[in-house]
Design a protein around this ligand. Structure first.
Ligand code: AVI
Length: 322
């Protein structure tokens, strides 16, 4: 049997071939996060233009009590499950408050990256010596499936950081349908959605003045060079971001600056690029409140409450199963 790393690598290779053989060409933004990509994303979150992280942090720090009362109306023990845990900065605000209020819970971060989970565990163990923490490496749904049968505690599931925005609306719908099937009537889902706003504000967040977002996109070419022996010259591509105010979709592309051929040694394949040909890299879908309501309803949830930052740039939406 193949190791799971080899399987992931094969899927990546297949996705590269599929994306570069398609018209228009595309990559999946889930491959952005190698070590350098994760470092660049940390930089993005600190950029003045990238309002999303600050807005969600504001909600977590100013409305902790409200969140707590909705999550735990009855002081019953619960599992606080985080899908894609990242560095845990925002979650630590909740954990801190919950512990101070003597809530009885286990924090369960689920992530594909073992390294991210190790870092998080170290950080949380030092910060919260009394916290019960159970890390789970791997697929969200597979882990939740075991929880559905093995734990009879209420599950509070966090899906933060507007990660849902990197799914198309159809993918988001499928994702919530699958999640709903693994939840019990008493469980709660807490999701971060970036909201539609001044299109210029959104566009700047994905086209920052320092070029960090451009480097973040171009890094995928460098990753493919390293992992599959490709000969992409990142200098021959430029980053282009767009925002479509009717669809609410921010999209990023890498544009071939000239006619060129790229050879990928490990895949023994070459791909032609016309001058100005785009590769679609990423969608960052922005929502409005009726889109959020419709999405919840269509997947078997109701919106219990939407929490907003001061500027109403962002919402953390609390959903309950119906
Ligand atoms: C991780 N994700 C929610 C980010 C976003 O805003 O779509 C990724 C990102 N892409 C460019 N900047 C940030």
């Amino acid at each position: 049997m193949q190791s799971s790393t080899a399987t992931i690598q094969n899927t990546f290779a297949e996705d590269v071939i599929r994306g570069l053989s398609a018209t228009p060409k595309f990559f999946s933004s889930k491959y952005f996060y190698d070590d350098e990509g994760s470092r660049l994303f940390q930089e993005i979150m600190k950029l003045p233009e990238y309002y999303l992280t600050k807005a969600e942090y504001e909600i977590f720090s100013t409305q902790t009590q409200k969140i707590y009362s909705i999550f735990v109306p009855d002081n019953a023990p619960f599992d606080l499950i985080e899908l894609g845990s990242g560095d845990g900065t925002k979650t630590s605000l909740l954990v801190n408050f919950f512990l101070k209020h003597k809530a009885e819970f286990t924090y369960v971060p689920i992530d594909i990256s073992g390294e991210a989970l190790e870092l998080l565990t170290e950080k949380f163990a030092a910060q919260f010596p009394n916290l019960s923490i159970q890390t789970e490496q791997g697929d969200y749904f597979r882990t939740l499936e075991t929880f559905k049968t093995e734990s009879n505690k209420r599950k509070i599931i966090l899906f933060l950081g507007s990660n849902i925005g990197n799914f198309s609306q159809t993918q988001a719908q499928n994702f919530f349908n699958e999640l709903r099937a693994l939840m019990n009537a008493d469980d709660v889902l807490f999701i971060g959605f970036d909201l539609q706003k001044n299109p210029r504000t959104i566009l700047s967040a994905y086209d920052d003045a320092q070029g960090v977002t451009a480097a973040f996109n171009l890094n995928l070419l460098t990753r493919i060079n390293r992992e599959f022996g490709a000969d992409f010259d990142p200098e021959n591509f430029s980053h282009y971001a767009s925002y479509h105010p009717i669809e609410g979709a921010a999209r990023s592309f890498l544009i071939s600056k000239k006619e060129q051929t790229v050879f990928i040694d490990a895949l023994n394949k070459k791909f032609e690029f016309a001058m100005w040909e785009p590769i679609f890299m990423e969608i960052s879908q922005k929502y409005n409140l009726s889109m959020i309501d419709n999405l919840a309803q269509a997947s078997g949830f109701r919106v219990e409450k939407n929490l907003f930052d001061d500027k109403k740039f962002y919402t953390n939406s609390i959903w309950k199963p119906v």
